[in-house]
Design a protein around this ligand. Sequence first.
Ligand code: SF4
Length: 410
Amino acid sequence: MLLTPHPTWSVTDSSKLEEFETCPRKYFFRYRYGWTPDRPSLDLVHGEAWHEGKRQLYLAKGKTGSYNDGFEAAIAEYLKCYAKYYGEEEWSWNSPKNPDGARLGFSTFIEENDEDVFKLIGAEIHGTVPVSEKYVLVAKLDTLIETNEGIMVIDHKTSKNSLSEIFIDEYQMKLQFNTYSLMGLVYCLSMGYKPGDFQGVLINHAAFKESKKLGKTVECTRFSIKKTVDQLEQYMQEAEQLIELIEWNDATLRKDRDDELVMLAFPRRTQSCTKYFRRCEYYDMCRYFTNPLRFLDKPQAGFHVEWWDPRKVEGRQREFLKFKGLKKEGTNASVRGDQPRQEDRVDEDSKEVVESTLAVSRLRVRSRSGYQDIRQLGRRHGRRLGCPRAPRRRRIFTGGVSGLRHGRRK
Ligand code: SF4
Protein backbone atom coordinates (compact mmCIF):
# COMPACT_ATOMS: atom_id res chain seq x y z
CA MET A 1 0.00 0.00 0.00
CA LEU A 2 1.64 3.20 -1.14
CA LEU A 3 -0.97 5.68 -0.02
CA THR A 4 -1.83 6.27 3.62
CA PRO A 5 -5.61 6.22 3.99
CA HIS A 6 -7.09 9.53 5.13
CA PRO A 7 -10.07 9.56 7.57
CA THR A 8 -12.25 11.12 4.86
CA TRP A 9 -11.80 8.09 2.59
CA SER A 10 -14.61 6.22 4.30
CA VAL A 11 -17.00 9.16 4.38
CA THR A 12 -19.36 9.09 1.42
CA ASP A 13 -21.88 11.55 0.08
CA SER A 14 -23.73 11.90 -3.20
CA SER A 15 -21.12 14.20 -4.80
CA LYS A 16 -18.47 11.53 -4.22
CA LEU A 17 -20.72 8.85 -5.73
CA GLU A 18 -21.51 11.08 -8.71
CA GLU A 19 -17.81 11.75 -9.24
CA PHE A 20 -17.08 8.02 -9.13
CA GLU A 21 -19.86 7.38 -11.65
CA THR A 22 -18.45 10.08 -13.93
CA CYS A 23 -14.90 8.73 -13.84
CA PRO A 24 -13.23 6.49 -11.22
CA ARG A 25 -9.81 8.03 -11.99
CA LYS A 26 -11.16 11.51 -11.31
CA TYR A 27 -12.49 10.19 -8.02
CA PHE A 28 -9.02 8.83 -7.27
CA PHE A 29 -7.28 12.17 -7.89
CA ARG A 30 -9.85 14.17 -5.95
CA TYR A 31 -10.60 11.87 -3.01
CA ARG A 32 -7.62 9.53 -2.69
CA TYR A 33 -4.88 12.06 -3.41
CA GLY A 34 -6.98 15.01 -2.20
CA TRP A 35 -5.77 17.04 -5.20
CA THR A 36 -8.03 20.03 -5.60
CA PRO A 37 -7.65 22.71 -8.30
CA ASP A 38 -6.23 25.95 -6.84
CA ARG A 39 -9.01 27.83 -8.51
CA PRO A 40 -12.36 26.12 -9.00
CA SER A 41 -14.35 26.87 -12.15
CA LEU A 42 -16.44 30.04 -12.37
CA ASP A 43 -19.64 27.96 -12.58
CA LEU A 44 -18.80 26.25 -9.30
CA VAL A 45 -17.80 29.43 -7.45
CA HIS A 46 -20.81 31.38 -8.70
CA GLY A 47 -23.16 28.45 -8.01
CA GLU A 48 -21.96 28.08 -4.43
CA ALA A 49 -22.04 31.80 -3.75
CA TRP A 50 -25.56 32.00 -5.20
CA HIS A 51 -26.60 29.11 -3.00
CA GLU A 52 -25.32 30.84 0.14
CA GLY A 53 -27.09 34.07 -0.83
CA LYS A 54 -30.40 32.31 -1.53
CA ARG A 55 -30.33 30.68 1.89
CA GLN A 56 -30.30 34.18 3.42
CA LEU A 57 -33.42 35.08 1.44
CA TYR A 58 -35.21 31.98 2.74
CA LEU A 59 -34.09 32.60 6.31
CA ALA A 60 -35.41 36.17 6.13
CA LYS A 61 -38.70 35.05 4.60
CA GLY A 62 -39.09 32.44 7.34
CA LYS A 63 -38.45 35.06 10.04
CA THR A 64 -40.14 38.22 8.81
CA GLY A 65 -42.36 37.02 5.96
CA SER A 66 -40.44 38.95 3.27
CA TYR A 67 -37.55 37.83 1.06
CA ASN A 68 -36.64 41.47 0.70
CA ASP A 69 -35.45 41.62 4.30
CA GLY A 70 -32.70 39.17 3.41
CA PHE A 71 -31.48 41.01 0.29
CA GLU A 72 -28.46 42.73 1.84
CA ALA A 73 -27.45 39.58 3.75
CA ALA A 74 -27.74 37.61 0.50
CA ILE A 75 -25.42 40.00 -1.34
CA ALA A 76 -22.95 39.93 1.57
CA GLU A 77 -22.89 36.11 1.63
CA TYR A 78 -22.49 35.99 -2.15
CA LEU A 79 -19.54 38.38 -2.03
CA LYS A 80 -17.92 36.50 0.84
CA CYS A 81 -17.81 33.31 -1.23
CA TYR A 82 -17.11 34.87 -4.61
CA ALA A 83 -14.31 37.23 -3.56
CA LYS A 84 -12.30 34.32 -2.20
CA TYR A 85 -11.52 33.24 -5.75
CA TYR A 86 -12.09 36.27 -7.97
CA GLY A 87 -10.61 39.74 -7.45
CA GLU A 88 -12.66 42.83 -8.37
CA GLU A 89 -10.63 43.35 -11.55
CA GLU A 90 -11.99 40.04 -12.89
CA TRP A 91 -15.65 40.58 -12.14
CA SER A 92 -16.55 42.23 -15.45
CA TRP A 93 -14.92 39.37 -17.40
CA ASN A 94 -17.11 36.92 -15.54
CA SER A 95 -20.36 38.72 -16.34
CA PRO A 96 -23.20 37.77 -15.87
CA LYS A 97 -21.87 35.32 -13.25
CA ASN A 98 -20.58 38.05 -10.99
CA PRO A 99 -21.86 40.16 -8.05
CA ASP A 100 -23.83 42.47 -10.42
CA GLY A 101 -25.54 39.44 -11.94
CA ALA A 102 -26.27 38.05 -8.47
CA ARG A 103 -27.79 41.38 -7.37
CA LEU A 104 -30.04 41.32 -10.42
CA GLY A 105 -30.86 37.65 -9.80
CA PHE A 106 -31.81 38.17 -6.15
CA SER A 107 -34.07 41.12 -6.99
CA THR A 108 -35.72 39.18 -9.85
CA PHE A 109 -36.34 36.22 -7.55
CA ILE A 110 -37.81 38.47 -4.83
CA GLU A 111 -40.04 40.30 -7.30
CA GLU A 112 -41.44 37.09 -8.73
CA ASN A 113 -41.79 35.04 -5.55
CA ASP A 114 -42.49 37.39 -2.66
CA GLU A 115 -46.01 35.96 -2.49
CA ASP A 116 -44.64 32.60 -1.27
CA VAL A 117 -46.15 31.43 2.00
CA PHE A 118 -44.31 28.84 4.10
CA LYS A 119 -43.04 27.95 7.53
CA LEU A 120 -39.31 27.45 7.84
CA ILE A 121 -38.65 24.08 9.47
CA GLY A 122 -34.88 24.07 9.35
CA ALA A 123 -31.77 25.21 7.50
CA GLU A 124 -28.43 23.47 6.99
CA ILE A 125 -29.51 20.15 8.46
CA HIS A 126 -26.49 17.86 8.48
CA GLY A 127 -26.52 14.16 9.09
CA THR A 128 -26.20 10.64 7.82
CA VAL A 129 -28.80 8.34 6.35
CA PRO A 130 -28.20 4.61 6.07
CA VAL A 131 -28.38 3.02 2.62
CA SER A 132 -27.65 -0.50 3.85
CA GLU A 133 -26.71 -2.37 7.01
CA LYS A 134 -23.11 -1.38 6.50
CA TYR A 135 -23.10 1.99 4.75
CA VAL A 136 -24.38 5.48 5.36
CA LEU A 137 -24.40 8.58 3.23
CA VAL A 138 -23.64 12.02 4.59
CA ALA A 139 -26.15 14.61 3.45
CA LYS A 140 -27.00 18.23 4.02
CA LEU A 141 -30.44 19.71 3.54
CA ASP A 142 -30.04 23.36 2.75
CA THR A 143 -33.53 24.53 3.68
CA LEU A 144 -36.64 22.64 4.71
CA ILE A 145 -40.01 24.37 4.53
CA GLU A 146 -43.64 23.53 5.18
CA THR A 147 -46.23 24.82 2.71
CA ASN A 148 -49.95 24.13 2.19
CA GLU A 149 -48.93 21.29 -0.11
CA GLY A 150 -46.56 19.64 2.35
CA ILE A 151 -42.91 19.65 3.36
CA MET A 152 -40.20 20.34 0.82
CA VAL A 153 -36.45 20.48 0.67
CA ILE A 154 -35.30 23.63 -1.16
CA ASP A 155 -32.31 23.60 -3.45
CA HIS A 156 -30.88 26.10 -5.94
CA LYS A 157 -29.29 25.59 -9.33
CA THR A 158 -27.74 28.02 -11.80
CA SER A 159 -26.96 27.73 -15.51
CA LYS A 160 -26.44 29.94 -18.53
CA ASN A 161 -29.44 28.53 -20.39
CA SER A 162 -33.17 28.71 -19.74
CA LEU A 163 -34.69 25.80 -17.90
CA SER A 164 -35.56 23.10 -20.45
CA GLU A 165 -37.16 19.69 -20.32
CA ILE A 166 -33.85 17.96 -20.85
CA PHE A 167 -32.40 19.85 -17.88
CA ILE A 168 -35.28 18.67 -15.70
CA ASP A 169 -34.82 15.11 -17.03
CA GLU A 170 -31.14 15.26 -16.08
CA TYR A 171 -31.93 16.42 -12.56
CA GLN A 172 -34.65 13.81 -12.09
CA MET A 173 -31.94 11.16 -12.35
CA LYS A 174 -29.27 12.81 -10.22
CA LEU A 175 -28.11 10.91 -7.14
CA GLN A 176 -28.02 14.16 -5.17
CA PHE A 177 -31.80 14.57 -5.20
CA ASN A 178 -32.34 10.97 -4.17
CA THR A 179 -30.17 11.59 -1.12
CA TYR A 180 -32.05 14.81 -0.34
CA SER A 181 -35.37 12.98 -0.72
CA LEU A 182 -34.24 10.13 1.50
CA MET A 183 -32.89 12.40 4.19
CA GLY A 184 -35.87 14.78 3.92
CA LEU A 185 -38.30 11.89 4.34
CA VAL A 186 -36.46 10.40 7.32
CA TYR A 187 -36.09 13.82 8.94
CA CYS A 188 -39.82 14.55 8.55
CA LEU A 189 -40.72 11.19 10.06
CA SER A 190 -38.38 11.82 12.96
CA MET A 191 -40.22 15.10 13.57
CA GLY A 192 -43.55 13.30 13.75
CA TYR A 193 -44.87 14.04 10.24
CA LYS A 194 -46.52 11.37 8.12
CA PRO A 195 -44.76 9.90 5.05
CA GLY A 196 -47.32 11.54 2.74
CA ASP A 197 -46.48 14.98 4.14
CA PHE A 198 -43.10 14.98 2.46
CA GLN A 199 -43.36 16.42 -1.04
CA GLY A 200 -39.78 16.05 -2.27
CA VAL A 201 -37.32 18.66 -3.47
CA LEU A 202 -38.24 22.05 -4.91
CA ILE A 203 -35.51 23.41 -7.14
CA ASN A 204 -35.17 27.12 -7.80
CA HIS A 205 -33.41 27.44 -11.12
CA ALA A 206 -31.74 30.68 -12.20
CA ALA A 207 -30.50 31.18 -15.78
CA PHE A 208 -27.87 33.93 -15.98
CA LYS A 209 -27.78 35.32 -19.53
CA GLU A 210 -26.26 38.24 -21.34
CA SER A 211 -26.85 39.40 -24.91
CA LYS A 212 -26.25 42.59 -26.89
CA LYS A 213 -29.95 43.05 -27.45
CA LEU A 214 -31.30 42.37 -23.97
CA GLY A 215 -28.25 43.00 -21.81
CA LYS A 216 -27.98 41.08 -18.56
CA THR A 217 -31.02 39.02 -17.55
CA VAL A 218 -31.74 36.39 -14.92
CA GLU A 219 -34.63 33.99 -15.48
CA CYS A 220 -35.96 32.45 -12.27
CA THR A 221 -38.01 29.25 -12.65
CA ARG A 222 -38.95 26.32 -10.44
CA PHE A 223 -39.57 22.62 -10.68
CA SER A 224 -39.89 19.84 -8.17
CA ILE A 225 -38.62 16.27 -7.86
CA LYS A 226 -40.58 13.72 -5.91
CA LYS A 227 -39.44 10.15 -5.35
CA THR A 228 -41.61 7.21 -4.41
CA VAL A 229 -40.56 4.80 -1.65
CA ASP A 230 -39.80 2.21 -4.38
CA GLN A 231 -37.50 4.65 -6.14
CA LEU A 232 -35.73 5.43 -2.88
CA GLU A 233 -35.28 1.72 -2.23
CA GLN A 234 -33.77 1.35 -5.70
CA TYR A 235 -31.47 4.29 -5.01
CA MET A 236 -30.32 2.81 -1.68
CA GLN A 237 -29.37 -0.42 -3.42
CA GLU A 238 -27.56 1.41 -6.20
CA ALA A 239 -25.71 3.60 -3.71
CA GLU A 240 -24.63 0.51 -1.78
CA GLN A 241 -23.43 -1.07 -4.99
CA LEU A 242 -21.37 2.02 -5.86
CA ILE A 243 -19.77 2.10 -2.39
CA GLU A 244 -18.90 -1.59 -2.77
CA LEU A 245 -17.29 -0.82 -6.13
CA ILE A 246 -15.23 1.95 -4.54
CA GLU A 247 -14.11 -0.47 -1.84
CA TRP A 248 -13.17 -2.99 -4.52
CA ASN A 249 -11.04 -0.33 -6.20
CA ASP A 250 -9.42 0.50 -2.86
CA ALA A 251 -8.53 -3.18 -2.45
CA THR A 252 -6.98 -3.15 -5.94
CA LEU A 253 -5.12 0.04 -5.07
CA ARG A 254 -3.52 -1.71 -2.10
CA LYS A 255 -1.94 -4.17 -4.55
CA ASP A 256 -0.90 -1.60 -7.18
CA ARG A 257 2.77 -0.61 -7.20
CA ASP A 258 4.60 2.46 -8.45
CA ASP A 259 7.13 0.41 -10.47
CA GLU A 260 4.41 -1.06 -12.66
CA LEU A 261 3.53 0.48 -15.97
CA VAL A 262 -0.16 0.85 -15.27
CA MET A 263 -2.25 1.47 -12.19
CA LEU A 264 -5.21 -0.89 -12.28
CA ALA A 265 -7.35 0.66 -9.55
CA PHE A 266 -9.82 3.43 -10.34
CA PRO A 267 -9.65 3.04 -14.14
CA ARG A 268 -10.06 5.99 -16.49
CA ARG A 269 -13.43 6.63 -18.09
CA THR A 270 -12.35 8.57 -21.12
CA GLN A 271 -15.71 9.66 -22.48
CA SER A 272 -15.86 12.13 -19.59
CA CYS A 273 -12.53 13.85 -20.42
CA THR A 274 -14.06 16.61 -22.56
CA LYS A 275 -17.67 16.53 -21.43
CA TYR A 276 -19.67 19.70 -22.17
CA PHE A 277 -16.75 20.83 -24.39
CA ARG A 278 -14.56 21.37 -21.34
CA ARG A 279 -11.32 19.64 -20.52
CA CYS A 280 -11.37 17.74 -17.26
CA GLU A 281 -9.05 19.37 -14.70
CA TYR A 282 -6.98 16.15 -14.49
CA TYR A 283 -6.67 15.81 -18.27
CA ASP A 284 -2.88 16.32 -18.51
CA MET A 285 -2.19 13.76 -15.79
CA CYS A 286 -4.36 11.18 -17.49
CA ARG A 287 -3.01 11.84 -20.93
CA TYR A 288 0.67 11.56 -20.09
CA PHE A 289 0.97 9.28 -17.07
CA THR A 290 -0.04 5.64 -17.15
CA ASN A 291 0.56 5.10 -13.44
CA PRO A 292 -0.31 8.05 -11.17
CA LEU A 293 1.36 6.28 -8.22
CA ARG A 294 4.69 7.34 -9.70
CA PHE A 295 4.03 10.97 -8.88
CA LEU A 296 2.36 10.77 -5.52
CA ASP A 297 4.96 12.81 -3.62
CA LYS A 298 3.36 16.21 -4.29
CA PRO A 299 0.39 17.68 -6.17
CA GLN A 300 0.92 18.79 -9.76
CA ALA A 301 1.13 22.50 -10.58
CA GLY A 302 -2.25 24.22 -10.20
CA PHE A 303 -3.41 21.81 -7.47
CA HIS A 304 -3.18 21.64 -3.71
CA VAL A 305 -4.13 18.97 -1.20
CA GLU A 306 -7.55 19.59 0.33
CA TRP A 307 -9.65 16.77 1.71
CA TRP A 308 -13.37 16.90 1.04
CA ASP A 309 -15.27 16.23 4.24
CA PRO A 310 -19.02 16.63 3.74
CA ARG A 311 -19.54 16.49 7.52
CA LYS A 312 -17.92 19.88 7.95
CA VAL A 313 -19.05 23.24 6.68
CA GLU A 314 -16.45 25.94 6.53
CA GLY A 315 -16.58 28.31 9.47
CA ARG A 316 -19.57 26.71 11.12
CA GLN A 317 -20.00 23.21 12.43
CA ARG A 318 -23.69 22.51 12.68
CA GLU A 319 -25.49 19.91 14.66
CA PHE A 320 -24.88 16.56 13.05
CA LEU A 321 -27.74 14.08 13.11
CA LYS A 322 -27.44 10.36 12.64
CA PHE A 323 -30.58 8.81 11.31
CA LYS A 324 -31.09 5.16 12.01
CA GLY A 325 -33.26 4.80 8.96
CA LEU A 326 -36.64 3.38 8.19
CA LYS A 327 -38.22 0.62 10.25
CA LYS A 328 -39.89 -2.46 8.91
CA GLU A 329 -43.61 -2.65 9.48
CA GLY A 330 -44.57 -4.59 12.60
CA THR A 331 -41.03 -5.15 13.84
CA ASN A 332 -38.67 -3.42 16.23
CA ALA A 333 -35.65 -3.85 14.04
CA SER A 334 -34.42 -1.19 11.72
CA VAL A 335 -34.69 -2.17 8.08
CA ARG A 336 -31.08 -1.25 7.70
CA GLY A 337 -29.94 -3.27 10.72
CA ASP A 338 -28.16 -2.20 13.87
CA GLN A 339 -24.59 -3.02 12.93
CA PRO A 340 -21.79 -0.48 13.24
CA ARG A 341 -21.92 1.72 10.24
CA GLN A 342 -19.26 3.35 8.17
CA GLU A 343 -19.93 6.76 9.71
CA ASP A 344 -19.77 5.42 13.26
CA ARG A 345 -16.21 4.38 12.63
CA VAL A 346 -15.04 7.81 11.56
CA ASP A 347 -17.14 10.26 13.48
CA GLU A 348 -17.90 9.97 17.14
CA ASP A 349 -19.10 13.52 17.74
CA SER A 350 -22.63 13.36 16.43
CA LYS A 351 -24.94 15.24 18.73
CA GLU A 352 -28.17 13.39 18.28
CA VAL A 353 -29.49 10.10 17.06
CA VAL A 354 -32.88 10.14 15.45
CA GLU A 355 -34.87 7.10 14.52
CA SER A 356 -37.90 7.21 12.31
CA THR A 357 -40.55 4.72 11.52
CA LEU A 358 -42.15 4.09 8.21
CA ALA A 359 -44.48 1.23 7.50
CA VAL A 360 -43.07 -0.08 4.26
CA SER A 361 -44.44 -3.56 3.88
CA ARG A 362 -43.09 -3.85 0.37
CA LEU A 363 -39.60 -4.06 1.80
CA ARG A 364 -40.51 -7.63 2.66
CA VAL A 365 -41.36 -10.12 -0.03
CA ARG A 366 -43.04 -13.45 0.18
CA SER A 367 -41.03 -16.50 -0.78
CA ARG A 368 -41.45 -20.27 -0.39
CA SER A 369 -39.90 -20.10 3.06
CA GLY A 370 -42.11 -17.22 4.23
CA TYR A 371 -41.47 -13.46 4.30
CA GLN A 372 -37.96 -12.34 3.69
CA ASP A 373 -36.07 -9.14 3.52
CA ILE A 374 -36.02 -8.07 -0.10
CA ARG A 375 -32.29 -7.57 -0.02
CA GLN A 376 -31.39 -11.08 1.21
CA LEU A 377 -33.61 -12.63 -1.38
CA GLY A 378 -31.99 -10.52 -4.09
CA ARG A 379 -28.52 -11.60 -2.99
CA ARG A 380 -29.40 -15.28 -2.85
CA HIS A 381 -30.39 -15.15 -6.48
CA GLY A 382 -27.17 -13.36 -7.30
CA ARG A 383 -28.97 -10.28 -8.52
CA ARG A 384 -30.86 -7.32 -7.17
CA LEU A 385 -34.58 -7.55 -6.88
CA GLY A 386 -36.30 -4.76 -8.73
CA CYS A 387 -33.89 -5.21 -11.65
CA PRO A 388 -34.67 -8.79 -12.62
CA ARG A 389 -32.56 -10.27 -15.34
CA ALA A 390 -34.53 -10.68 -18.53
CA PRO A 391 -35.07 -14.34 -19.49
CA ARG A 392 -32.44 -15.51 -21.90
CA ARG A 393 -33.57 -15.50 -25.49
CA ARG A 394 -32.29 -18.20 -27.75
CA ARG A 395 -31.16 -16.83 -31.02
CA ILE A 396 -30.76 -18.70 -34.27
CA PHE A 397 -29.46 -17.58 -37.59
CA THR A 398 -32.09 -17.71 -40.25
CA GLY A 399 -29.95 -16.58 -43.14
CA GLY A 400 -31.35 -14.49 -45.98
CA VAL A 401 -30.63 -12.89 -49.33
CA SER A 402 -28.95 -9.84 -47.79
CA GLY A 403 -26.76 -11.90 -45.52
CA LEU A 404 -27.14 -13.21 -42.00
CA ARG A 405 -30.19 -12.24 -40.03
CA HIS A 406 -31.08 -13.49 -36.63
CA GLY A 407 -34.45 -14.24 -35.18
CA ARG A 408 -36.08 -15.86 -32.21
CA ARG A 409 -37.07 -19.52 -32.13
CA LYS A 410 -40.82 -19.82 -31.68
S1 SF4 B 1 -9.12 13.28 -17.84
FE1 SF4 B 1 -10.68 11.80 -18.31
S2 SF4 B 1 -9.94 9.86 -17.53
FE2 SF4 B 1 -8.76 11.50 -16.55
S3 SF4 B 1 -9.78 11.94 -14.67
FE3 SF4 B 1 -10.59 13.34 -16.16
S4 SF4 B 1 -12.39 12.32 -16.98
FE4 SF4 B 1 -11.18 10.77 -15.94
